[in-house]
Structure formats: C-alpha cells, structure tokens
Write a protein that binds this ligand. Sequence first.
Ligand code: ATP
Ligand code: ATP
Ligand code: MG
Ligand code: MG
Ligand code: MG
Ligand code: MG
Length: 248
Amino acid sequence: SSAMAKSKFEYVRSFETDDTCLRNCYIVVRLDGRNFHKFAEQHQFAKPNDDRALGLMSRSARSVMEELEDITIAYGQSDEFSFVFKRTTTWFKRRASKLMTHVASQFSSSYVFYWKEFFGEQPLLYPPGFDGRVVLYPTNHNLRDYLSWRQADCHINNLYNTVFWTLIQKGGLTTTQAEDRLKGTLASDKNEILFSEFDTNYNNESAVHRKGTTLIWEKVRYSGVIKSAQFLQISVEDIPSMCPTSSV
Ligand code: ATP
Ligand code: ATP
Ligand code: MG
Ligand code: MG
Ligand code: MG
Ligand code: MG
C-alpha cells in the first residue's frame, strides 16, 4: 500500500540536523538586505539617508513583530534589522532554522507588500532579498552589548556618511576628493568639519539617522487590551529599563 511505501521512505527524516537553540538564552535573528548598495542606487535612495527606505524597513519589522510569536525588541538601521525573542520562547521548539526563516520571509514579503506606502508610484524594479543569522546571548549584559554594538555601528557609519555627502552636496567635492579628505580622520575631526565648514551640529541631525530605530511593545487600551509595536529613537542604554526582557 502507499502507507507502507511512505514508511519505507520515512527514514530520510532522520537526516535532518538538530538546530534547537540552547535553553534560557535570548535568540537574536539579524537580517541584512542582499546587495542593497546596488538596490539603493537603482531605486534612487537619497544620500546619505533615504527616509522612505528607513520607514519601509521599520514597517516590515513591525509586521514581523505583529505576525510572529515572542519577539520582544527589534532594532534596525540601514538595511538591517535585529529581532530578539524572549528567553523562554518555545515557538517551533526553538529550532533556529524555523525562527530565522519565518523572520526573513515575513520581513521580505512585507517589504514588497508595503513598498507603495513609502515609495508611492515609484516602481519596485526587482524582488529584494534578505539574509538571516541566529545568535544566542546568555545574559542581559550580553544582549545589551549586542544592541549597543549595532547602534555604535549605526553611529559610526552615519557620521562618516553625513560628512562624506555634505562635502559632496554642499562642498562641491567629488567622491574621490571627499574620500581623501576623510582618510584617517577621527570622530572629533568629522564633527569639526561639519561644524566649522558647514555650520552643522551633528547632534542636531535626525535621531532616526544617528540612533536607528528600536521597536518595543506598547499596551494600548480601548475596549480591552491590545498590543501594538511602538517605534522609538532611543539610546540602547535606555532599552532595558523600558522592556521586560531585562528581567528573566
Ligand atoms: P551585502 O549583500 O553584503 O549586505 P550590501 O550592498 O547590502 O551588501 P551593506 O553593508 O549591507 O552592503 O550596506 C547596505 C548599503 O545599502 C549601504 O551602504 C547603503 O549604500 C545602502 N542603504 C541602505 N539603506 C539605505 C537608506 N535608508 N538610505 C540610503 N542608502 C541606504
Ligand atoms: P504550518 O504553518 O505548520 O506549515 P499549514 O497550514 O501551512 O501549517 P501544511 O501541512 O504546510 O500546514 O499544509 C498546507 C495546507 O495548505 C494544505 O493542507 C492545504 O490545506 C493548503 N494548500 C496548500 N497549497 C494548496 C493548493 N495548491 N490548493 C489547495 N490547498 C492548498
Ligand atoms: Mg553586509
Ligand atoms: Mg546588506
Ligand atoms: Mg547592511
Ligand atoms: Mg505550511
């Protein structure tokens, strides 16, 4: 019978590898856009920061938080987003590949689904993709340092990109001249170029660009309690006090 035939084939299931995430750890899934340098060029992203693209990234992250289980915090900048599952999650038996692929596919389909809300009539030229990875963090301290690390990356890149594009857009330099000008400069030098040559205080630049976007749950009350994800531009140091993940 076909049932007997099926059981004869079923041993192939034992070839599947066990990728259960260690208990008690935070499970972090980080996504990053595939070849977004080119994607940004082809879709005429504003430089250094395209707010439509950042808005679409955050909207897609919100969809991930709302559609999937047990994500407590998300942090995003540029073409990347990190999602933190609560330590005690048993969703998909903590199987790394299930969690990661659900995050990546929900995010990708949302990016396409909500494209028009942010880019209007400008067409999406081809289907974008995102890679994913899973990292486990055993302590609150490690998790906070992870988020601080991503936020520091955002800060360093944004400071560089802000000066670089200011030198080009307002200073009339070519890209090569701007690169040369910035070679070997420290953060203080970059701040000084903006301040003394372009009358710009970097600290007054938009917080979304300087700090990235953090999403946490907010309880909204009307005829019962529903949950909705809230977008915040905060320092990562402020996350633990605002979020239940810091305890257990
Ligand atoms: P990989 O596939 O290895 O990730 P990549 O081209 O995506 O390659 P990243 O290091 O991820 O490289 O960098 C993403 C690039 O996408 C940035 O350097 C920037 O050029 C562009 N980008 C992403 N988001 C924005 C945005 N909101 N505004 C302007 N440019 C953006
Ligand atoms: P899970 O999230 O656990 O995968 P699921 O509802 O997707 O849950 P599956 O075992 O993957 O469960 O089964 C997919 C179901 O989707 C099928 O049982 C069937 O009801 C429906 N389905 C998928 N493709 C088709 C199709 N082409 N025509 C009709 N029904 C379909
Ligand atoms: Mg990369
Ligand atoms: Mg990328
Ligand atoms: Mg990136
Ligand atoms: Mg299915």
